[in-house]
Design a protein around this ligand. Sequence first.
Ligand code: PHE
Length: 326
Amino acid sequence: MDDLRAKVEEIRREFKSLIEEVGDLDALERIRIRFIGKKGEVTELFKVLRTLPPEMKREAGKLLNQLKNEVETSIARKKDELERLARRAAYDLSLPGRRHRLGHKHPLTLIVEELNEIAKGLGFEILTESPEIEWDYYNFEALNIPAHHPARDMWSTLFITDKMLLRTHTSPVQIRVMEKRTPPLKVFFPGRVYRLDPFDQTHAPAFYQAEGLYINRNVSFAELKGTLELFVKELFGPSAKLKFVPSYFPFTEPSAEVAVYYNGEWLEILGCGMVHPKVFEAVGYDPEFWTGYAFGLGPDRIAMIKYGIDDIRLFYENDLRFLKEF
Ligand code: PHE
């Protein structure tokens, strides 16, 4: 009996030192087999039990069962622990979270949104959507620019078919709005436009415009001038220097351009004028009764001035080093 007790103690010590150090599930399985497998050290001891005289069996049995229980519980606990560690290695919940990088708005989007806000403040309704593929009729004809007229040279056009093109300005939206509504109306529509232009420091084949149209009775040129002065000062600050220069557009009469003084030179940022009677005729408004003004702004130019950028291509190359500046 003392022999058995000593043997149990020895196995227990050996088992304890091994189980403490085991680092992976495979090694743990080897320990399990070594001690409580079919031919394990503890299992073998139970075979000895059978050979003992009955008066010793009871005590010896208790001793062995206790050892076996101890071994089983330790192995189960260790298995749990090792499995948990393995899971944690795959998903380390203690690591700091990965930050989502939020994008931000493109500088031109920022300008267009600012223009919309200013226009809203001046009482314009904002139209956010309009077709970029347009009929010749809306882009030219209805705006008093007949086919083969030299005025077409002002817009280097990308034709899709004889009658369909990529709009060269946002002015066709004037026609679309007036065809659908009856005055008075006061609308503002930003959008992308296209021209067969080289891609250089000051030109891009696709760029932005934002256009305002106001139709009512007795609209005056003074009103247009006042509105644009407010607009430009809201945009560049009250000390901004601007000038009106007489100009020509087939769909406005009289027409003007507004330039802003920037970096030692005058930069043209918009075209404007009183809506031409021919345009009213095209949409079925009586030109003797209705009057109105229109103006078209260049968000790209405005962004260049506001942000001090000297190359329009930067807006379209989508170089993150540039875009992150805003
Ligand atoms: N559509 C003209 C252009 O692209 C700008 C403009 C708009 C002029 C409205 C007058 C009135 O150059």
